[in-house]
Design a protein around this ligand. Structure first.
Ligand code: ZN
Ligand code: ZN
Ligand code: ZN
Length: 171
């Protein structure tokens, strides 16, 4: 795993291959979250961990209500506020991103780096890949700055077709 402090184009190969070992993605995400929490003195409580695991169930974003339903299926139904608080914590820690256009959540593959993300969203399978391209961030800041505008944050969500779905369409 590359651990760059600056976001760069290394994160370009962003879409996971279909049929990859996704258990590995989940295990990596959970162990990375545990390590970062220990380092930061934050507490990865049981519900936070459960919510993170559910967000990582796939590379497609998941809504808070779906998370609640899945937790209910697995036994006890938590109060919605508990799920929202867990998501807030996970976002604060950078473990999870929120996709504004879907009002849904996605696990971040490099929570150890400080970055602003842009998202490629596949219309066919729902998979999302994350870019953290500093050139995009810089370009936005530059153009906004020329308008006398101070950027506090941005949402860049791009719709299209992922490599696997494109291949399937041509097969
Ligand atoms: Zn995966
Ligand atoms: Zn990220
Ligand atoms: Zn796709």
């Amino acid at each position: 795993m590359t651990k760059s402090t600056r976001s760069d184009t290394k994160s370009d190969a962003a879409f996971p291959r279909r049929g990859h070992d996704h258990h590995r993605c989940v295990a990596d995400a959970l162990s990375q979250a545990e390590a970062l929490c220990a380092q930061r003195g934050a507490r990865l409580t049981e519900i936070r961990k459960q919510v993170l695991a559910l967000v990582w169930e796939s590379h497609a974003p998941i809504g808070a209500y779906q998370i609640l339903e899945k937790l209910a299926e697995s036994g006890k139904r938590p109060a919605p506020i508990a799920v929202y608080r867990a998501l807030d914590f996970l976002m604060e820690q950078g473990f999870v991103h929120r996709l504004a256009s879907r009002n849904a959540f996605l696990g971040c593959g490099h929570p150890d780096t400080n970055h602003q993300a842009q998202f490629l969203i596949c219309d066919s399978c729902g998979s999302v890949a994350e870019l953290a391209d500093s050139r995009i961030v810089d370009a936005i800041a530059d153009r906004a700055g020329r308008s006398g505008f101070a950027v506090a944050g941005h949402v860049v969500e791009i719709q299209g077709t992922c490599p696997d779905c494109r291949k399937a369409a041509h097969a």
